[in-house]
Design a protein around this ligand. Structure first.
Ligand SMILES: C[S@@+](CC[C@H](N)C(=O)[O-])C[C@H]1O[C@@H](n2cnc3c(N)ncnc32)[C@H](O)[C@@H]1O
Length: 244
């Protein structure tokens, strides 16, 4: 394991990189369980060599750049032009939120991430992509943030993007992934948190479509898009209109 120092950054609203944040350049420094992700680093981050930092856990959940860019494009195409605020509930190391910022389609982008080391990586990575200042960074629990800020969130202007944890790499063994038992947050808990707001949920490719269909508001339909790389689906996104 490579030793990394905590790098202090005294700019306002900047979270310092910690000992958990790494930019691995040598395979021998990378833990065995993330080596397969690190081997794909340039498919995940085209600017990896510019100094992309990740925590070890973040490798399991980061959205690869080509998929993040396509989701950003699709989301903009699906939501009405009145939507100008995007909230990313689970920003992780920044895969999706950087793509949303690069799309230049949102006047306000709010990235929420509860892990201080992970949000520090996300900010650092956003700086590499030149979009760090286009994003408002919130180091908090996104459920608390949404419930505490309900009065200032205008549902006619806002979209919530959520790429929650899927419960670890084991999710791939299920033929149909049960979204009700997804850990640590079930689909119901996430859907409740963004009730009344248009949401886009980034979920396992084998997610139970009947469970997703039940989230459609009366008289409206949910769009589900599978996102593939190199011929294989990596994930789906359920685009869910707000309930009136
Ligand atoms: C699947 S990852 C997100 C990956 C991200 N879309 C990307 O491309 O880098 C999920 C992230 O949600 C964070 N998280 C989990 N529970 C959270 C909560 N209640 N509030 C905010 N962040 C949370 C985890 O720390 C993790 O970084």
């Amino acid at each position: 394991m490579e030793a990394t120092e905590s790098v202090m950054d005294d700019r306002p609203n900047r979270f310092p990189l910690t000992n958990e944040c790494h930019h691995y350049t040598r395979r021998q420094d990378v833990d065995w369980d993330i080596q397969k992700y690190w081997a794909q680093r340039y498919s995940i981050w085209s600017l990896y060599d510019e100094g992309i930092h990740m925590t070890d856990d973040a490798w399991f959940g980061v959205t690869p750049e080509p998929i993040a860019n396509k989701v950003a494009e699709d989301l903009r195409g699906l939501v009405p032009s009145s939507k100008s605020v995007l909230i990313d509930m689970f920003a992780g190391a920044g895969g999706n939120v950087i793509a949303f910022a690069l799309s230049e389609q949102w006047s306000t982008i709010i990235a929420i991430e509860k892990d201080p080391s992970v949000i520090a990586c996300a900010q650092h990575n956003a700086e590499i992509y030149g979009v760090v200042d286009q994003i408002t960074w919130i180091n908090d629990d996104s459920f608390s943030y949404l419930s505490n800020n309900l009065s200032s969130i205008d549902p006619t202007k806002t979209v919530v993007f959520a790429s929650p944890p899927w419960g670890g790499p084991g999710y791939t063994s299920d033929e149909i992934f049960n979204l009700h038992t997804m850990a640590p947050y079930s689909i119901k808990q996430i859907h409740e948190a963004c009730k009344g707001i248009y949401s886009a949920l980034f979920l396992p490719r084998t997610s139970d479509l009947r469970q997703i269909a039940k989230l459609a508001p009366e008289g409206k339909k949910v769009e589900v898009v599978q996102y593939c790389m190199e011929g294989a689906s990596k994930a789906l996104v359920a685009y869910i209109p707000a309930a009136v």
